[in-house]
Design a protein around this ligand. Structure first.
Ligand SMILES: [Zn+2]
Length: 139
C-alpha cells in the first residue's frame, strides 16, 4: 500500500472469500476504487479505507486513520507535492529536504501500523447496514 494518498497506484489483489483476482487503484484518481469511511469507536473517530470485491462484495479493510494521522498525511502530501514540482523543474532536491520527507513518511507509516494493531479485533458498528462487525485488516 502506498503511504501517500496523492500517489496513485494500481494493485492486483485477491478476494479473501471467493479468490477473485482484480485490480484496484488507490489515491485520488477518478477511477480509484478504495473508499474512506468514518467510524466511531468509544467516542474516537477513525477512518477506514476499504475496497469491495466486484464478484461477491466481500469488504476488505486495508488502512486506518485518525485525526492525527490525517494531519500527518496532509504534511507528507504537501512535502511530496513540493518535491515533485522541484523535480519536474529539474531542480536538485537538497539532501536535508529529502531526508525530512522520508522521515515524515516513515512516521506516518509507523503511526498507522500502531493504529492498526490497536484496532484489530475491535467491535465496530456500521451505520449503513446497522450491524456490528469485528475489524480485521486485509494486508
Ligand atoms: Zn469475492
Amino acid at each position: 500500500m502506498s503511504t501517500i494518498d496523492k500517489e496513485t497506484m494500481s494493485l492486483l489483489v485477491e478476494c479473501e472469500d471467493c479468490k477473485e483476482k482484480f485490480r484496484i487503484t488507490t489515491g485520488d484518481a477518478a477511477n480509484a476504487v478504495t473508499y474512506k469511511k468514518e467510524f466511531n469507536v468509544n467516542g474516537q473517530s477513525i477512518f477506514l479505507t476499504y475496497y469491495d470485491c466486484p464478484k461477491c462484495g466481500r469488504r476488505h479493510y486495508v488502512q486506518i486513520d485518525d485525526k492525527t494521522s490525517l494531519n500527518k498525511l496532509r504534511e507528507v502530501s504537501q512535502q511530496f507535492v513540493k518535491l515533485s514540482v522541484a523535480k519536474r523543474k529539474g531542480k536538485e532536491i537538497p539532501q536535508k529536504q529529502s531526508a525530512k520527507f522520508k522521515k515524515a513518511r516513515q512516521h506516518l507509516s509507523d503511526y498507522r501500523m500502531n493504529l492498526m494493531k490497536q484496532y484489530t479485533g475491535k467491535l465496530l458498528h456500521d451505520n449503513e447496514t446497522d450491524s456490528d462487525f469485528v475489524l480485521r485488516f486485509s494486508v
